[in-house]
Design a protein around this ligand. Structure first.
Ligand SMILES: Nc1ncnc2c1ncn2[C@@H]1O[C@H](COP(=O)(O)OP(=O)(O)O)[C@@H](O)[C@H]1O
Ligand SMILES: O=C(OP(=O)(O)O)[C@H](O)COP(=O)(O)O
Length: 399
């Protein structure tokens, strides 16, 4: 007998606890949702559950509030956007556990949806602590996990609750896994991986694995700054994770031994402030006090786009610069165009990366737009995703 799917459950009238990844990019100035693709991606599962008369309780995180209530990271705007997309009201509870959540759940009728408050307002979420898991699980009768983008986190709402309720994958989770499996164990070669963005400590370890799997690794964005610092360049005021410099040095040594193509910027676009209307192009050995490297430079752009030629598989996570600002978006846009033009199988993953490609108007030309950056990296390495592993265990059990 195969794994169970959503259709194997009778959800009518049941409290379905659905974990999604509504960690959408927010406009740095206004705080408004700047890209809602992560919400749209979860709609098939949400619509299915509502059409089948579930009492739908939705959980998500937004940003990294570090276990505290942060008003700018409340989920009210997300509930409004979901409501507009669904064409029906979506209730919002101001907490994800306790009286506020319980009352909102009790008021929920079949076919209605409720969004709980940001689960990361409680430090217990990321600790996956048992008491918190039990409180979340007590709100539902069935757990559905559609949060592919957060499946690499063993948190209470992504993994913990799966041990206490019948648990099954949603449609987005299934779709992501089957699309990514194509680039997984046996990618068609040459395979080029592009890594950028700002989540350096999260993703730098993954690069070691990528250096084994991919034929070429291209590094940009904030990630590149740490490697450039490891090469001895003074990156001045740029985003650099100093405690990861040694690790970066180790990776560069490894790369020197293997000779694997590993591309770092030779020039960057710098500015003293994010609000500078335009940046200045500098060689990486030429940064002055106060300079922040906020994009790859034109020579690097050309080098990177050329490096994509002939690729049969391309995976990209993490923008090449602060693409949210026009002055620092050219590197990301050029790479987006290069990936879009490729005849190979192309995957772009991550909340901001997906937003960047949408901003460049190129989403249609990408084979798979993944809602997960870190999650797809972990998956492509062949490592276990905790949010998926718990489902696989439970999907073998009788309904
Ligand atoms: N050179 C840089 N300096 C500072 N921030 C950067 C730089 N390059 C990219 N970023 C930022 O990285 C963020 C996205 O990183 P990340 O979350 O890792 O990507 P994703 O969401 O696609 O996984 C963006 O907000 C972007 O502004
Ligand atoms: O945005 C996310 O990851 P991504 O930036 O790697 O795509 C997910 O929502 C996970 O968020 P986290 O990296 O704060 O755990």
């Amino acid at each position: 007998m195969g794994k169970k799917t959503l259709e194997d459950y009778d959800v009518a009238g049941k409290r379905v606890l659905l974990r999604v990844d509504f960690n959408v990019p927010l406009d740095k100035e206004t705080g408004a949702i700047s890209n809602d693709e992560r919400i749209q991606a979860a709609l098939p599962t949400i619509r299915y559950l509502l059409d089948h008369e579930a009492r739908l309780i939705i959980m998500s995180h937004l940003g990294r509030p570090k276990g505290q209530v942060v008003d700018s990271l409340r989920l009210d705007p997300v509930a409004d956007r979901l409501s507009a997309l669904l064409g029906q009201p979506v209730a919002k509870a101001d907490d994800c556990i306790g009286e506020l959540a319980e009352k909102a759940v009790a008021d929920l009728q079949p076919g209605q949806a409720l969004l709980l408050e940001n689960v990361r307002f409680h430090p217990e979420e990321e600790k996956n602590s048992l008491e918190f898991v039990k409180k979340l699980a007590a709100l539902g009768d069935i757990f559905v996990n559609d949060a592919f983008g957060t499946a690499h986190r063993a948190h209470a709402s992504t993994e913990g609750v799966g041990h206490f309720l019948p648990a099954v994958a949603g449609y987005l989770m299934k779709k992501e896994i089957s699309a990514l499996a194509r680039a997984g164990k046996r990618p068609v070669r040459p395979y080029v991986a592009i890594i950028g963005g700002a989540k350096i400590s999260d993703k730098i370890l993954v690069i070691e694995e990528l250096m084994k799997i991919a034929d070429k690794v291209i590094i940009g964005g904030g990630m590149a700054n740490t490697f450039l610092a490891a090469q001895g360049y003074d990156m001045q005021a740029s985003l650099v994770e100093t405690d990861k410099i040694d690790l970066a040095k180790g990776l560069l040594d490894q790369q020197a031994e293997t000779g694997k193509a590993f591309l770092l910027p030779t020039d960057v676009v710098v500015a003293k402030s994010l609000d500078d209307a335009e940046g200045t192009v500098k060689k990486v050995d030429d940064l002055a006090a106060g300079d922040m490297a906020l994009d790859i430079g034109p020579a690097t752009r050309d080098l990177y786009v050329k490096a994509l030629e002939g690729a049969q598989t391309i995976f990209w996570n993490g923008p090449m610069g602060v693409f949210e600002k026009e002055a620092f978006a050219q590197g990301t846009n050029a790479l987006a165009q290069g990936v879009a033009d490729s005849a190979g199988y192309t995957i772009i993953g991550g909340g901001d990366s997906v937003a960047a490609v949408a901003q460049a108007g190129l989403s249609e030309q990408i084979d798979h737009i993944s809602t997960g950056g870190g999650a797809s990296l972990v998956f492509l390495e062949g490592r276990m995703l905790p949010g998926l592993a718990v489902l696989e265990e439970r999907e073998d059990e009788p309904v």
